[in-house]
Design a protein around this ligand. Structure first.
Ligand SMILES: [Zn+2]
Length: 263
């Protein structure tokens, strides 16, 4: 009995901590301008069958732990006085597909979303941090938010990237913790902002082939997964046609070709 009580208390503490963390990240997300008004949603898996998630129609900057919902892995709401986010199915798709992921963050970071709106492939080989923390970031085709198609559209990318840009919408990122999932958005949006500023100043200069290879080699040696470590070509090029993505604003690095055959 004592043992059960201890476990119960520990789980409750854990649940409360996760709820607090979601509110904290929601605040950071809102203050960064990644979600205006009620935009965005956050979730975190708490055990095999349950997820804590943000409710629909709430400002992420002013949430309290009691506002959050608990849902099961089939998108049934189990607890919470507010209605769960309508985009929970996409979170569940990610959580079911990636056993290493516990948290999903969706928001509308302006600089990264601008690339998704123009459908301009995120330039690569310009900053070491972006190459190491993000790798190549795919832009997935636009679908109406909330339905199963919206949830499934990111499936082909889940094993290759921890963050995707949704065309004409925003980003979805996922990681072992809420903060880890959120940091990917911060990194991506800061990178997109710097790239746009640099582009306004003049022509951006890419790494040389040797410098780019050295970064990929470092990732390989340090256990980072990156599809570019297996193929020197653009990992997501095959999806460009379906999502309307191209390189119309930024030129490819001099050692990459824009010929769809990759030659
Ligand atoms: Zn959204």
């Amino acid at each position: 009995m004592t043992c059960t009580l201890k476990i119960y208390r520990r789980n409750m503490t854990n649940l409360n901590q996760i709820k607090e963390e979601i509110c904290d990240i929601g605040c950071r997300l809102y203050n960064r301008g990644f979600g205006a008004a009620n935009d965005g949603n956050i979730s975190c898996r708490i055990d095999e069958d349950r997820i804590v998630c943000t409710p629909t129609g709430i400002c992420k900057g002013f949430m309290r732990p009691d506002d959050l919902c608990i849902v099961d892995m089939e998108a049934n709401q189990l607890a919470g006085h507010r209605k769960m986010t309508s985009e929970i199915r996409q979170h569940i798709t990610i959580l079911k597909h990636r056993n290493d992921v516990r948290s999903v963050v969706h928001c509308h970071p302006p600089h990264a979303t601008a690339f998704g709106m123009v459908r301009e492939a995120i330039p690569q080989y310009l900053m070491p941090e972006a190459e190491i923390k993000l790798g190549e970031v795919p832009i997935v085709k636009y679908t109406i938010p909330g339905g199963q198609e919206f949830a499934d559209v990111i499936l082909p990318f889940l094993d290759k990237s921890d963050i995707v840009i949704q065309a004409n919408h925003g980003t979805v990122s996922y990681g072992a913790t809420v903060e880890q999932a959120y940091f990917l958005v911060e990194t991506l949006d800061a990178y997109c902002k710097i790239v746009l500023l640099a582009h306004g100043l003049g022509q951006v200069r890419h790494f040389t082939k040797e410098e780019a290879d050295a970064l990929l080699e470092w990732k390989r040696a340090n256990g980072y997964k990156d599809p570019r470590c297996d193929s020197a070509d653009v990992a997501f090029r095959e999806s460009w046609q379906e999502s309307g993505v191209g390189r119309r604003v930024f030129s490819p690095p001099p050692f990459q070709s824009d010929n769809p055959s990759g030659k």
